[in-house]
Design a protein around this ligand. Structure first.
Ligand code: URA
Length: 284
């Protein structure tokens, strides 16, 4: 055992028990470090600090990179926006955009989502609808607006003769979201998460090239215009990414607040009027 042979086992145990009792008592008192009887100046024991060779570790498994006090604060979302812009710019078609967006790894929501939910309906439609983010049904099926709020959305647009299954662009709608991954617990996407997906939204709009965009709810309104307040702004036309946009109450809100369907109906009529009277901005 490496212990002097003139000490008996009883003595070892007695010492050990006494030592253990003393140590336990100190731990009970809150002692967290063992120190000796005499003070030691540990600075005197150290070798002068040698600078580490450039780019080499000083022994720690994952040393933190040196931080310069004058370096600008790192904003990961800014880098993510740049990466998203570069990816989105490569897309020449909607199919390419779908693939490139699915490859984007910097949005945390992707890790918790089952599906990448890109879009549905007729991509040639005059009307593009932008919602918030997939819910659990959409996450399961990989398609936008297939749950209860999707059924409500279909009923709303059917009331003015539009459908996502219509092959005629005049009577069709194209449906997407400003966030393609389901936020866990169905929370609203955070502003920085929306910001990093915005280059994809912008490219999505450019490639689908609708005449008008219906913006469903606060998160989509915030993503496109940088401001919220859907209760105040619904029904008031604005312009985003060069397209007329019509903010509307989200169908999920209408399911919870049936009385608000009156406002939604007024907005559907405004959209129908616009579609009947507007000269297609981009189409003959
Ligand atoms: N809510 C949305 O905003 N989008 C969906 O796809 C489903 C529910």
């Amino acid at each position: 055992m490496g212990i002097a042979s003139d000490i008996t086992l009883d003595e070892i145990l007695a010492d050990w028990e006494a030592g253990f009792a003393a140590l336990s008592w100190q731990v009970d008192l809150g002692v967290t470090e063992a120190i000796g009887e005499d003070p030691i100046n540990r600075y005197e024991l150290l070798d002068p600090v040698k600078p580490a060779p450039q780019g080499k570790s000083m022994g720690a498994p994952n040393p933190a990179p040196p931080v310069s006090m004058s370096a600008p604060a790192v904003r990961p979302e800014t880098d993510a926006v740049d990466v998203a812009k570069a990816l989105a710019a490569q897309a020449k078609t909607l199919a390419e955009l779908e693939q490139l967006q699915a490859q984007f790894d910097l949005c945390e929501l992707k890790k918790g989502a089952r599906s990448h939910v890109f879009a549905g309906g007729n991509p040639h439609a005059r009307v593009m609808i932008l919602g918030e983010a997939p819910d659990s049904e959409e996450d399961r099926e990989g398609k936008p607006f297939v749950g209860a709020s999707g059924q409500m959305l279909d009923r709303m647009f059917a009331s003015i003769g539009l459908s996502r299954s219509d092959l005629d662009a005049q009577h069709a709608v194209y449906v997407g979201n400003v966030m393609p991954w389901r936020p866990s617990g169905n929370r609203e996407p955070e502003p920085h998460e929306l910001a990093m997906m915005l280059p994809f939204v912008e490219r999505h709009i450019a490639l689908a090239d609708p005449e008008v965009i219906v913006v469903m709810g606060n998160a989509a309104l915030f993503a496109l215009t940088g401001s919220k307040g859907i209760m105040r702004k619904r029904g008031a036309w604005e312009v985003a990414f060069g397209k007329p946009i019509l903010p509307m109450l989200h169908p999920a809100y209408l399911l919870r607040n049936p009385l608000a369907k009156r406002e939604a109906w007024a907005d559907m009529l405004a959209l129908r009027h616009w579609l009947k009277t507007a000269r297609g901005v981009n189409r003959p």
